[in-house]
Design a protein around this ligand. Sequence first.
Ligand SMILES: [Cu+2]
Length: 150
Amino acid sequence: MKRLITAITFTALSIAGPAFSAGDLSRANVIDVVLEMGSNDDGMYFKPNNFEFETGRAYKLILKNVDEIKHEVSLHEMGERIFTRKIEVSDTQGNFIAEIKGSIVEVEVGAGQTVEWFFVPVQTTSGPIEITCEIPGHYEAGMHATAVIK
Ligand SMILES: [Cu+2]
């Protein structure tokens, strides 16, 4: 009898298991984060220049290039620590152009354009890691930021 009760309890827990799941983490409560790219009298910048993300939360990183030249956002190590759901590209009127899926670590954004990067951090960092613009001279001009995944 005791064995039967144990078996029933185990079965009940197995069935109840999925009910404890939080659902699709990549789509729930997406947090908007804007990364502005531009130039000013001091050189070139990413604004803000430090970011903090949390594992298991869904983000929409809005890459907003307010400059008159193209810029890049290269995630380097952070690219290996996130799950990219998609990258969305729309025209200036907001009309859909493209959705790109797969593992991505670098995105180039045209002058005055915006690209949306949807991702979920899956691994923490041991400290701040660098996000940079890889166009020659831009890093030296100030185009870099740090990110931490907690
Ligand atoms: Cu740049």
